[in-house]
Structures are given as C-alpha cells and as structure tokens.
Design a protein around this ligand. Structure first.
Ligand code: ATP
Ligand code: MG
Length: 504
C-alpha cells in the first residue's frame, strides 16, 4: 500500500520534529513541515499532501484555522487540528472549516494514528458522496422526464429542468413550497380536481399511477395532459421520508404517436398503390389476350369461318370486354372513394320494388344457372337510400353468390324492414363453397382472396366496394360462412339515412 503523504504545520520546531518522527514510525510519509499559515498554504499547493496536521495557534498573521479553511477550499485536502485548547470560541471557529478531526495535545502515537485514519476515511466517504450526488444531479437535470421530490410533509425539495418546463415553476420559486401549489391535477372528463399523488403516497405508502385523461394545471393556468407515477422514498421500511413524482408531457408523446401512425398509413398506402397497379395491369392482360387471339382467329379463318365458330369468338370477345369494363368501373370506384369523393345521395324508394327490379336485371345480364329466390318479410319498405350505391352492394354480393356456388344452387335474397329500429336488414345466402374461417377477417382488404377461391377468376375488390357503400350509409355488414355449406352476407342499413354535410 502506498504511504499517506502528510504535511505538519507547527510553529514549535521541536514539537514539529517530534510529530514528524512519530508519523514516520507509524508508516506515514511526512512531505514537510511548516511553521506559519502562509508557508503551510504554499507547501500544500506545491506538494499536494493527502492530509494536513495543523496546529490551531500559529505565530504570525494567519492562525491555523484560517490556513486550514483556505487549504480545504482551494485544494480539497482534509485537515486535522492539533490543539492544546478546548475553549468554545476556538472549537466554534474550527468547526466552520469542517475539520476532519482534532488531536488534543499532549497526544500519543495511537491518538495520532486513530485521528489520521478516521480523517482519511471521512474524506474519502465525503468525496464518494459528492461524486454520487453530482452524477445523480446531472442525470436528473438532463433526463426528459420531469421529476419533483418532496420531503415527508409534501414540501418541494427538488425540481429538475424538465419539471420546470412543464409546470412553469422555476426551481427558486418552487423549492420550499407545498406540492399542492406546484403540482395541481384535473380530470379532463369530469373537470374535477384530483387528489395530489404526493398526498396519496404519504398516506398509503405505495406507488401511485395517474389515471387516463389527467391534466396538469401549470403556473399560468394552462393545462397539459400528463402521465405520471409517484413513489415513496423510504430510508427504513415503513418510514416515508418523502415522495418522488416522475411525470411527462403526454401531448408531445401523443403527437409523436400520431406522426408514427400517419407514417405507417402512408407506407401502407404506398404498398397498396404498388399492389393495385400490378394487380390491375395483370387483370387487364387476360381479357386483352383473349380479345387479341379471338380477333386473330377471326382474321385467319376469314371465308372458312362457320357461323358457330364466329359466334364463339365473338362471345369470347364480348365476355373479355365485359370483364375489362367491370374492372375499369371497380378501379374508378376505388379511386373515387380513396379520394374521399364517395358521396351518398339518398332518395325515396321502395326497397321491395328496387330489389325485385335489380334481381330481374341481374338475371337477364348474367344468365346464371342459379335461381335467386327473393322474399320480402315486411309490408312497408319505403326508405331513403342512395340507389346507385345499393346497386353496387347487391350486384357485387349476387355476383359472388353465383360465382362461388356450383351451377344450379339456390340463392336466397331476404328483405326485412324493422320500423321500430328504423333499419332495413338484407340477407344474401348461397349454398356455395363457403369461406374458410381464417380468411373471413381479411375479406374486406383490397385484393384479398380466400384460399379456396384461387382457381376462380376475381380481383378481390368487390367486397371492398360493398363495404364502402355500406359505410357511406352508416350501415353494417357481416358474414356467416361455412366451407362446403354456404355463405350468408347480412347488411343492415338505416331506413332514412341523412348524410351530414359537414362530414363529407
Ligand atoms: P371481384 O373484385 O371481381 O369481385 P372477388 O370476387 O375475388 O373479385 P370479392 O368480391 O372482394 O373479390 O371477394 C373477396 C373474396 O371473398 C373472394 O375472392 C372469395 O374468396 C370470397 N368470397 C366472397 N363472396 C363469397 C361467397 N359468396 N362464397 C364464397 N366465397 C366468397
Ligand atoms: Mg366479387
């Protein structure tokens, strides 16, 4: 172990030498002696001892106490006083310099050793404590969470810069004030003041967290939504010595979250756009090549073409044009609704009449092998809805019912008007392939197609369009389906929906 370096300050030369000898024998290194306060300070600066033994009474202008205080302040070297006096005045003055010990003359080597070791230990402990305190202060001052500490009476003893910023209270004004002045909370929903978390912690001795929708009232009376936790400070179990409140400005976090959500949405939209373009161009390619090959065959066979073949080719061309037209319409519809331009223009209509006409038209155009059985369960079916949007809804659902059913399967179309609830309920039920449960939740996503439908042509836009039309009426759509048994779509629409112009 390295020897401790000590400076001895004693104006009696013989005494100084004796002490130096004692110290050497005890294993310390005496780096010098000084007989006046001034010389002592100069030697301390020059040789940086780890400890100074200082006689209280020194000859000359400067006594030991003044010299000790300068050495301590400027060099942070612990000083132990050597004194023959125990009078109050001397002790009082010596105390101010925060000495690390006293040795009363005459003293033995043992007294000296004990005083030196305790002095060094005390100095090391103090330094560690100071370093820890500085580290903690730096941490608290630089952290983005706001921190306020109180004593056991709820009086503010600490407030960090982040807390100053949120509360509007400067440290100088906040320290010593009751926490209820600095940290006032209000419930944003009920508009009532909330119990101060510090009071709660002091009473219950447990960590407290804030409820949602809590705001802090700042010094200038404005409100800031915050989240917080308050914890007791306990030096011994069961004894609360104070409370630490950690809180943060939720509006900043909320803004960051909103921004993150917006970016996420933007990313999703971009992905959707790419998917849209690739799927749509792919879907156009099929009917286009059908048209191209049919036209080529028509040209090649020219005069030799039989009427039957001509009919087949023309039918193929018509079918391809039809599917391109539908896709075109779907894409235009999606574009319109994505741009927020999907408007609902309700007009008076009789739903029973409307449905019967729609089914007749559908059957004529589609010539499907399935029969659509319509049932109306209400006498009064007058309503106010957007006919064009209704058309989209039922044409798409009927197309699906036909497309995903074996030929000849029945399709049931039911209408009920509930005048009490002021809603119309539509069921479209088929006996087709059904939809696997795992796919059902994603059917209303653009281009999503169930795993059992991949071999059947389709783009995966129909149900998205249906949902948008239902939502434009503030209605609801639900599915009930079992693979191999069939599918029922239920649509509930308000009988008389009046769109809010402001919401458009
Ligand atoms: P399109 O855009 O041409 O309508 P699509 O029919 O594939 O193409 P949607 O109408 O949106 O797209 O339907 C999405 C998916 O839901 C379908 O691919 C199919 O898997 C499933 N589906 C919809 N209706 C039925 C039904 N009645 N029976 C079984 N599956 C269905
Ligand atoms: Mg469809």
């Amino acid at each position: 172990m390295e020897q401790v370096k000590i400076l001895v300050v004693e104006d009696e030369v013989i005494v100084a030498r004796t002490i130096a000898n004692q110290l050497n024998q005890l294993g310390y290194t005496v780096i010098g002696t000084a007989s006046s306060g001034k010389v002592a300070i100069a030697k301390a600066f020059e040789s940086k001892p780890e400890l100074v033994l200082m006689d209280v009474i020194l000859k000359g202008e400067m006594d030991g106490i003044t010299a000790a205080s300068q050495i301590r302040e400027q060099l942070d070297i612990p000083v132990i006083f050597l004194t023959a006096y125990g009078d109050d005045n001397t002790v009082q003055r010596a105390k101010v310099t925060q000495p690390f010990g006293y040795v009363i003359k005459p003293f033995t080597s043992k007294d000296l050793r004990i005083a030196i070791e305790i002095g060094l230990l005390k100095h090391n402990l103090e330094r560690d404590l100071r370093e820890n305190r500085d580290r903690l202060a730096t941490l608290l001052n630089s952290m983005s969470d706001a921190v306020i500490a109180t004593n056991e009476q709820g009086i503010v003893t600490f407030i960090n810069p982040a807390a100053e910023l949120i509360t509007g209270w400067k440290q100088a004004d906040a320290l010593g004030k009751d926490i209820s002045k600095i940290f006032r909370l209000i419930d944003e929903v009920t508009e009532t003041s909330l119990e101060n978390p510090v009071t709660k912690v002091l009473r219950d001795g447990q960590v407290v967290y804030l409820d949602e929708f809590t705001s802090l009232i700042t010094k200038n009376g404005s409100r800031i939504p915050i989240g917080d936790s308050a914890s007791p400070i306990m030096r011994q179990p069961g004894q609360i010595n104070g409370v630490v409140v950690v809180f943060w400005n939720l509006s900043e976090r909320q803004q960051a979250q909103l921004l993150e959500q917006a970016l996420h949405k933007e990313r999703e939209l971009n992905q959707l756009k790419s998917l849209f373009i690739s799927t749509v161009s792919h879907e156009f390619r099929n009917p286009l090549s059908v048209i191209q090959s049919s036209v080529e065959l028509l040209e090649m066979q020219g005069e030799n073409l039989t009427a039957a073949k001509k009919h087949t080719y023309l039918k193929r061309i018509k079918g391809a044009i039809q599917s391109m037209k539908k896709l075109m319409e779907d894409v235009l519809f999606m574009g319109k609704s994505e741009a927020g331009k999907l408007e609902c223009h309700p007009s008076s209509l009789y739903l029973e009449e409307f449905c019967r006409e729609l089914i007749a038209e559908f059957t004529t155009i589609h010539h499907s092998g399935s029969e659509i059985i319509f049932n109306c369960h209400s006498d009064r079916t007058d309503a106010c809805m957007d006919e064009q949007l209704l058309h989209y809804i039922f044409t798409n659902l009927l197309t699906n019912a036909v497309k995903y059913s074996p030929e000849g399967g029945n399709i049931f179309f039911d209408l009920t008007c509930n005048l009490m609830e002021k809603v119309a309920i539509f069921h479209i039920q088929d006996q087709g392939i059904g939809i696997p449960e795992a796919d059902q939740a994603r059917l209303f996503e653009s281009f999503y197609r169930a795993s059992n439908a991949q071999s059947i042509p389709g783009t995966g836009l129909g149900l998205v369009i249906v949902k948008k039309c239902v939502e434009a009426h503030k209605g609801q759509i639900s599915i009930n389906s079992q693979v191999g048994i069939g599918t029922t779509f239920t649509i509930i629409l308000p009988l008389n929906y009046i769109p809010n112009v402001m919401n458009k």
